[in-house]
Design a protein around this ligand. Structure first.
Ligand code: HEC
Length: 216
């Protein structure tokens, strides 16, 4: 953990200095008026950490249950269809049920669905986790960003996801995926980059964005 903090700080500073040049990187969520981005420890914003963690865990649990029952009923190929139809709506549902305005997203350095592509702030955090993995360090349990954008202060909570045995069914080395599954993936996700993972790899994050709970 200790070795991570200088990296976090450096990335935060780099971004703060460089954010103007990153304008337009994310078309869906332009960050033209981002004034500053700061990386905070969970201890310094315990409420944000608690809310983010709880929402991220709820989404994980919901998606895992859905995956397991879909695989049981119709195998990995059928389960891919279920993911295709349900992953984004389920993510929306979890966000709606949070009891406060939040936006929830799953993203990765290698996405399957282009709708899950990272924006520039998410990219910074994905790289922090990826670099920790490459250095052989344990992943930080979370990363939190404070984003000042115009008059608004927002927080983003990021929970890292590692590849478990269940995940290699659909994200593993292509030679272990059935021909049928690969054909289905190719049809549904012609730009799929989310294969080739091994158990223990860093796969991506759940990102929960919110304003300070209770600060209306
Ligand atoms: C049954 C096949 C299947 C299994 C098993 C599976 N996934 Fe996926 N995964 C998908 C599909 C299909 C998508 C694209 C969903 C969509 O359209 O949003 C996806 C998308 C994702 C994304 C969003 C980013 C992207 O690439 O679009 C993450 C993160 C992710 N999966 C992680 C995992 C993890 C972690 C596991 C294991 C716990 C797992 N997946 C198991 C099929 C699967």
């Amino acid at each position: 953990m200790k070795s991570i903090y200088p990296v976090l700080l450096a990335v935060a500073l780099l971004f703060t200095a460089g954010c103007k040049q990153r304008e337009g990187e994310n078309q869906r969520q332009p960050q033209t008026d981002v004034v500053s981005v700061e990386t905070l420890s969970a201890e310094s914003v315990p409420q944000i950490a608690a809310v983010g963690d709880s929402i991220a865990k709820t989404l994980l649990k919901t998606l895992k249950q859905e995956l397991l029952s879909a695989i049981e009923v119709s195998g990995p190929v059928g389960a891919v269809e279920v993911c295709n139809v349900k992953a984004l709506p389920l993510t929306e549902t979890v966000a709606r049920q949070a009891g406060m305005p939040v936006s929830v997203k799953r993203t990765s350095l290698k996405v399957r669905n282009p709708q899950n592509r990272p924006d520039s702030l998410e990219l910074n955090v994905l790289r922090i986790f990826e670099q920790a993995k490459e250095a052989g360090s344990p992943l930080p349990p979370n990363v939190i960003q404070k984003i000042v954008q115009g008059d608004t202060v927002k927080f983003r909570y990021y929970k890292p996801l590692e590849i478990a045995p269940l995940c290699v069914n659909c994200h593993g080395e292509p030679e272990y995926l059935s021909r049928e599954l690969k054909a289905r993936l190719k049809t549904l996700y012609p730009e799929d980059r989310a294969v080739g993972y091994k158990v223990g790899d860093f796969r991506g994050v759940i990102r929960v964005e919110m304003v300070q709970p209770g600060a209306d």
